[in-house]
Ligand binder design. Sequence first.
Ligand code: CUA
Length: 345
Amino acid sequence: MRRHPVAQMVIVGAIASAIGIALALVIDWFPADAAEQAGPIDTLYDVLMIVSVPVFVLVATVTLFAAWRFRMRPGQEKQDGPPIHGNTRLEVVWTAIPAILLVSLCSYAYAVLHDIEEKKADPLVVHVTGQQFAWSYRYPQAGGRAINTTALVLPKDRPVLFKVHAEDVIHDFWVPAFRVKIDAVPGITTEVRATPTKLGRFPVVCAELCGLGHAVMRSTVRVVTPAAYDRWVAGQTAGTAPAAGGETGGEGGASADAAAGREVFTTNCGSCHTLADAGTSGTVGPDLTTALRGQDEATIREDVVDPDKRVAEGYQPGVMPGNFAETLSAEQIDGLVAYLASVAR
Ligand code: CUA
């Protein structure tokens, strides 16, 4: 073995590559795959790993081997290595192989991009707006009307076209479970497509450093059955709210207003606030199960529409959206306040 350092290096390299590739494929790198786009992207990632690991191992073993084999020994301090002249064949090989690798991988990646960006017939258009530090969504409806909400609700298996806007600085709309991500840039509209394939709740994340509240600029996408989605839309447009899969408030004496307000709460506030009565468990803002106790209706209303006027201890101003008076209808806010007041009692 000693006499065949190159053979030794090849064996070590092959074993290290095999271990590296096996590890790369065994490790579960990604969250749930909840959209059609996830499959091709995950496969692309696996292929990149399979190709990259041997390249990394080759560079690392040659470097380590050379450092060990050709290291300076005592007495060689003043010596120089032998002069090196070009080696055309070697240079052609080490230029051609990486060039072929890069061109193939780029072509493959381009094909995947083309595939996941394919325009599908009859997409659901959802306008996404990023602003410091919250996401809001607008669903255009027939007759020029629109649903404005801070909850992203999507029907399963329907292609969605997100049109992304920014109010203030650059944000980045990212749904890790869909594997899609696009910058939200002030002044322009960017687009990204996804077709949800799994029911459930998945995080929406801001992936561009945008200020103090960047880390809490999160939201949730809820993928529901087409029937539940239609019910949600009907509830939103009617201003009263049959729940998308939820039940109505069971509290004794709650008015119809408050029952509707509970749905407004779970859709718009639940991803940030925990409230036992509504069954929500968000942790961005104060836990309302305790914070609400004893608050009167006027204070609650003010906390909803002007959240920075009175920020709870331990929380930053500017994190809770200050525009609920615009994104929710007057009836929705009345319902929400009535509901919260009924819980506070
Ligand atoms: Cu918005 Cu980070």
